[in-house]
Design a protein around this ligand. Structure first.
Ligand SMILES: NCc1[nH]cc(CCC(=O)O)c1CC(=O)O
Length: 319
């Protein structure tokens, strides 16, 4: 007798399907049960408005969560960076699997790197965080870049470079890896230049908080180090009282001495979208052993950034 399939709610985009397919396989492997993909359309998929205009935080996530709460699906996979920092009532993040490359990357015409983009180059990104850091980099290095707001799925965005409409676009390495287009990357942007979105590159597997058996099964996919890092990053974001469309970057990682991991370093950045003012800071502490310790690391850095005027830089728009 075969066991009943677990239903995985997913968006229909190529990226979402790739992420869901990958997690479906892993869940099937650890539970021995078949996993069936159930497609769900979200407001973020149908709206032609800019993300920042339709409320930013969580537009892609709401419909999946409603399906979970109505019991239409058993679990869902989200890009962690698209998840609001506030915990959803009745749901839990049962697993945060090992994170992929968290970096942002450039796909530029002619194989260009960021540092050698031509004068006046048009760089597409709809993210205020990316705009702020690209413009700050351009100012510091005497480059003349024009950041151009775009949206659409990953293929659409790369299409702006292929058509010659833009000189470059900035995207997440993880998304390109997942849809099999990583070979088109022309420059990997180091964290010193562009800090990724909190949680970028990580997935979150969410299910009902009441389903103890399913939580136990899914938790086999959890990676505690990834969870500690992204928890610190998201705690920083929450403590800055910013949403996923705010110009906030964060990245936590382990600092080690050979094989011995000693500390976790959390870096954060906030800036005006025109890059004229940026607060970038980091803090280091013992590797968090509990959720609360990871949260505390994020709050500490947020307090230091707020003391340096971070609040005044959020919500501002470049002219
Ligand atoms: N903003 C949409 C989005 N959400 C997650 C990813 C990529 C995968 C990830 O960061 O985990 C992307 C595309 C991008 O920013 O290039």
């Amino acid at each position: 007798m075969t066991e009943k399939a677990l239903r995985l709610g997913t968006r229909r985009s190529k990226l979402a399907m790739a992420q869901s397919g990958h997690v479906a396989e892993a869940v099937s492997r650890v539970t021995g049960r078949p996993v069936e993909l159930v497609e769900i359309t979200t407001h973020g998929d149908v709206s032609r408005e800019h993300l920042t205009q339709i409320g930013g935080t969580g537009v892609f996530v709401a419909a999946l969560r409603e399906a979970l709460l109505r019991g239409e699906v058993d679990f869902a996979v989200h890009s962690l960076k698209d998840l609001p920092t506030q915990q959803a009532d009745g749901l839990t993040l049962a697993a945060i699997p090992v994170r992929e490359d968290p970096r942002d990357v450039l796909i530029a015409a002619g194989g260009a790197k960021l540092a050698d983009l031509p004068r006046g180059a048009r760089v597409g990104t709809g993210s205020p965080r990316r705009m702020a850091q690209l413009n700050a980099y351009a100012r510091a290095h005497g480059l003349e870049l024009e950041t151009v707001p775009i949206r659409g799925n990953v293929d659409t965005r790369i299409g702006f470079v292929e058509s010659g409409e833009l000189d470059a676009v900035v995207l997440a390495a993880a998304g390109l890896n997942r849809i099999g287009r990583a070979d088109e990357v022309t420059d990997f942007l180091p964290a010193e230049t562009v800090l990724p979105a909190p949680g970028q590159g990580a997935l979150a597997v969410e299910c009902s908080a009441g389903d103890a058996e399913l939580i136990a099964a899914l938790s086999q996919l959890d990676d505690p180090q990834t969870r500690a890092a992204v928890t610190a990053e998201r705690s920083l974001l929450a403590a800055l009282e910013a949403g996923c469309s705010a110009p906030v970057g964060a990245l936590a990682g382990l600092l080690g001495d050979g094989q011995i991991v000693k500390e976790m370093r959390l870096r954060g950045v906030v800036g005006t979208t025109d890059g004229s003012r940026v607060v970038q800071m980091s803090t280091t502490g013992p590797v968090p052993q509990t959720h609360e310790q990871a949260m505390a690391l994020g709050r500490e850095l947020a307090a230091e950034m707020l003391a340096r005027g971070a609040a005044g830089l959020m919500g501002e728009r470049a002219q």
